[in-house]
Design a protein around this ligand. Structure first.
Ligand SMILES: [Zn+2]
Length: 377
């Protein structure tokens, strides 16, 4: 790297790449070289200093492997993750520790969220929507959760995601009841939320619905949490509710989310029935889920049984999203780090909270690790 594309200090004028380009055009100074640093993984790394604020950075600051000590293929990591491989199995195949797998997944999932937000901020919705809560759990079956999703009714493209922590429901033995009561005492006591997860989901959908010229139909099951937030979206939205006990056929209005649910159970080992590879940390679980939805939307073939001439189709093609736009947004996705400060305005509230790992684990004793590369710039 001859010169940094921008200053890493979010308060500096040169934090905007366009400003740096303009200054270079006017032949004004932007950065000067500030020595080198020798690394085992990346060789000699050039350091730079911003002429406006004096913040120093290196060529590694703009790499997805910022702070990393070993090169691991993100493409291989993504391919293994979406084929139901466990963390330890991925570590064994990629010759790294489970902690390194989690660390790289953390980086990759934020790239996926940033690229997805970049694309969705530039598209107009061209279909109706279906929303649903995908049931799973984290830490133990005493802590079930719902990962709320909104999918396109024709394309099964996943437009929005949020997370809800639930209490264990259903029949329990006396021993299970007393364990549930003991675990409840150790839980984080959070104030009653003023905004529900479905409202957060609707907030993500709101700009997309506004971009659609005609009425949008949102289908959901009969759960009581849906009508109010959907009504708040305005008169251009029609809400249809269908029982989740109806036959899971192609004609069912909930077919896109039923299809997505099956794919999650099949492709992500932690969501499989009777799995032993359950999620231990809510933030890590969402890292994997967001990486998966990106792969589902932009990489996976639309239908495996399609004729040969349709092999190139992906879910985003079916959603009417321009191929050029997707290719442009995905440039260097495995190497060029997307900065939170550059993308945060396009991210939803839920994704901002998740980005800095503020989703709370149900058990208070669980440690929350926030790596430096997420919070430093
Ligand atoms: Zn600066």
């Amino acid at each position: 790297m001859k010169s940094p594309p921008f200053c890493t200090n979010p308060l500096c004028t040169q934090h905007t790449p366009k400003v740096v380009k303009k200054r270079k055009k006017k032949k004004l100074p932007t950065f000067h070289k500030h020595g080198t640093r020798s690394t085992l993984a990346f060789g000699l790394v050039q350091r730079f200093c911003c002429v406006l604020c004096g913040t120093t950075c290196s060529s590694q600051s703009f790499s997805l492997d910022f702070y990393a000590k070993k090169v691991i293929s993100y493409n291989d990591l993504q391919n293994l993750m979406v084929t139901s491989s466990s963390i330890r199995a991925i570590g064994r195949i990629l010759s790294c520790s489970p902690a390194s797998v989690l660390n790289r997944t953390m980086r990759l999932s934020r790239q996926c969220a940033a690229i997805d937000a970049e694309i969705l901020s530039q598209v107009a919705l061209d279909e109706n929507l279906v929303i649903d809560g995908f049931e799973s759990y984290v830490e133990s079956k005493y802590h079930p959760n719902n990962i709320n999703i909104a999918a396109g009714s024709d394309s099964s493209f996943i437009y929005a995601t949020t997370y809800t922590q639930l209490n264990r429901k259903g029949r329990m033995t006396d021993a299970q009841k007393s364990k549930a009561a003991a675990l409840k005492e150790t839980e984080h006591i959070t104030p009653e939320p003023t905004v529900t997860p479905v409202q957060f989901l609707c907030a993500q959908l709101s700009p997309l619905i506004a971009s659609k010229p005609d009425t949008t139909t949102i289908s959901s099951d009969l759960h009581h949490s849906y009508p109010q937030p959907i009504r708040e979206l305005g008169s251009q939205v029609v809400h249809i509710q269908t029982s989740s006990h109806d036959p899971r056929s192609k004609e069912n209005p909930l077919a896109p989310v039923n299809y997505a649910d099956r794919e999650f159970r099949k492709d992500l080992c932690e969501h499989g029935r009777k799995t032993i590879c359950y999620g231990k940390n809510v933030n890590n679980q969402m890292d994997r889920f967001i990486t998966y939805t990106f792969w589902h939307n932009y990489v996976k073939q639309y239908r495996i049984n399609d004729p040969k001439e349709k092999y190139h189709l992906r879910h985003y093609d079916q959603a009417g999203i321009d191929n050029e736009l997707v290719n442009r947004a995905r440039v260097k996705m495995y190497t060029k780090r997307r900065f939170f400060s550059h993308i945060q305005e396009k991210l939803s509230w839920f994704h901002r909270v998740w980005w800095v790992r503020l989703l709370q684990n149900p058990e208070a004793s669980s440690k929350m690790y926030v790596p430096k590369f997420l919070t430093s710039f």
